[in-house]
Design a protein around this ligand. Structure first.
Ligand SMILES: *[C@@H]1O[C@H](CO)[C@@H](O)[C@H](O)[C@H]1NC(C)=O
Ligand SMILES: *[C@@H]1O[C@H](CO)[C@@H](O)[C@H](O)[C@H]1NC(C)=O
Ligand SMILES: *[C@@H]1O[C@H](CO)[C@@H](O)[C@H](O)[C@H]1NC(C)=O
Ligand SMILES: *[C@@H]1O[C@H](CO)[C@@H](O)[C@H](O)[C@H]1NC(C)=O
Ligand SMILES: *[C@@H]1O[C@H](CO)[C@@H](O)[C@H](O)[C@H]1NC(C)=O
Length: 387
């Protein structure tokens, strides 16, 4: 740079001092630092200004923390030919999109990787003044891999446990992780831990701690992650899941068609598995059918009368309820009613017959008697007459 200045000054010695200074100071390369999100494309721009000198070559160099020596990876000649020297992971991902005539040396790196991070140098070699360069630091941001996990599913209890963990892994720079615990107030607290990786990324874990109560079950606690590689902060929805054994077991009669159905319901998490049994008696195969938490009475006969018990169980415990089933009800009552009605009908019919017979029978008797009397009389008269 200094040598170039002297050469220029020497060439322009006849011109006024002001002009010499202006033209020599103005030859410069412009470009600036860049930041790219891993996986995206980035343009590294550089341009040589204020010179009409002949371009000999544009050279791109790179150095990193691990390799602090600058080494060339791309040569661009005025003819348009480009030459990759030591691609160091940039092969097939770097393209020149400048213009030699315009002394623009810009390159594009596609699908940026974390390893691309480093300091790039854009070097213009011009004749006769020499070499001008600019350093372009490239920062690669890595967005976090986010998730909400539970290592040990919380079970109802009285001691504080980890209810859930929010993870923002492998991020660069470190992500900001917090829980939105509005639903809980001061009943929960958070503990945040971070781990640095050798490649410059950081994993942050934020644990949500609280007492696993039944009231905490199914509460919404979103985890919010913010980091510069994310366009906007992310909210990971999460619903707390507390496991608890079946509590009380309720058995209700479901007034459905066609058969009579008993419903067994227990509050538990996860959902209970239900088992129906008949207490102290064999299961009446043809009269009753158990299906999950329902008990169907198929034929309403007294065969199914008895005590039935419903056991609800999940991996955390079990609870039992029972129901007495007694079928006098409809069928036998109806039979009795029918029998009584038939009896009454029969009785009424019999009474009617008797009355009819009695009434008409008496008339016949009396007329018969009259006839016979008459006959007897006449017989007597005849006898008398014969006599
Ligand atoms: C480079 O710039 C010159 C002059 O401005 C122009 O004529 C030429 O088309 C450009 N070349 C490319 C490849 O853009
Ligand atoms: C946080 O990290 C430290 C050190 O690795 C560890 O001892 C501690 O148990 C962690 N805390 C939680 C809540 O995971
Ligand atoms: C960085 O290192 C961590 C831990 O070794 C790894 O999980 C992660 O994938 C790495 N990230 C990148 C972008 O290479
Ligand atoms: C998220 O992070 C960005 C950059 O890290 C910051 O500018 C912004 O204010 C943050 N947003 C919130 C809501 O904290
Ligand atoms: C069982 O019945 C009681 C009293 O009616 C009620 O408070 C409770 O919520 C019911 N339980 C279930 C699981 O339906």
């Amino acid at each position: 740079m200094r040598r170039a200045k002297h050469v220029t000054e020497a060439l322009l010695c006849c011109v006024t001092l002001l002009v010499i200074h202006r033209s020599s100071d103005s030859i410069r390369v412009i470009g600036g630092s860049m930041t790219v999100v891993q996986g995206e494309d980035v343009d590294l721009s550089c341009r040589l200004l204020e010179t009409d000198e002949e371009l000999e070559q544009i050279t791109w160099q790179k150095r990193t923390l691990e390799e602090p020596e600058n080494h060339n990876f791309l040569l661009i000649y005025p003819s348009g030919v480009t030459d990759f020297i030591s691609p160091n992971g940039l092969e097939n991902r770097v393209q020149f999109f400048g213009n030699q005539t315009e002394k623009i040396g810009s390159i594009r790196i596609t699908a940026a990787r974390l390893l691309d991070e480093g300091t790039f140098t854009c070097v213009f070699s011009v004749f006769p003044s020499g070499v001008y360069s600019i350093e372009i630091p490239l920062t690669v941001l890595v967005p976090p891999v986010m998730s909400v996990t539970v290592d040990v599913p919380p079970v109802i209890g009285e001691n504080e446990v980890v209810l859930a963990s929010c993870l923002a892994a492998g991020a660069k720079p470190q992500a900001e992780v917090r829980w939105n615990t509005d639903a809980f107030g001061s009943l929960v607290r958070t503990v945040t831990n971070s781990t640095q990786h050798a490649n410059g990324t950081t994993t942050v874990v934020s644990h949500l701690l609280g007492v696993p109560t039944r009231a905490a079950n199914q509460q919404q606690v979103p985890c919010v992650v913010n980091q510069s590689a994310l366009a906007t902060e992310r909210t990971l929805a999460y619903t707390i899941n507390i496991n608890y054994p079946p509590q009380t077991v309720n058995i209700t009669l479901s007034e459905g068609t066609p058969a009579t159905v008993f419903l067994c319901v227990a509050d538990s998490n996860p959902k209970a598995i239900y088992t129906w049994t008949r207490v102290g008696q064999p299961w009446p195969q043809s009269a009753v059918r158990a299906e999950g938490n329902t008990l169907h009475l198929i034929s309403l006969s007294s065969e199914l009368n008895g005590l039935y018990s419903c056991e609800a169980s999940n991996p955390y415990g079990r609870a039992t309820g029972s129901q007495y089933v007694h079928v006098t009800s409809y069928t036998s009552a109806a039979c009795w009613v029918l029998l009584v009605i038939i009896f009454l009908i029969v009785a009424a019919a019999a009474a009617g017959l008797v009355w009819y017979w009695w009434k008409n029978g008496k008339c016949l008797w009396s007329s018969f008697m009259d006839d016979h009397q008459f006959e007897a009389q006449s017989q007597v008269e005849e006898e008398e007459a014969e006599i």
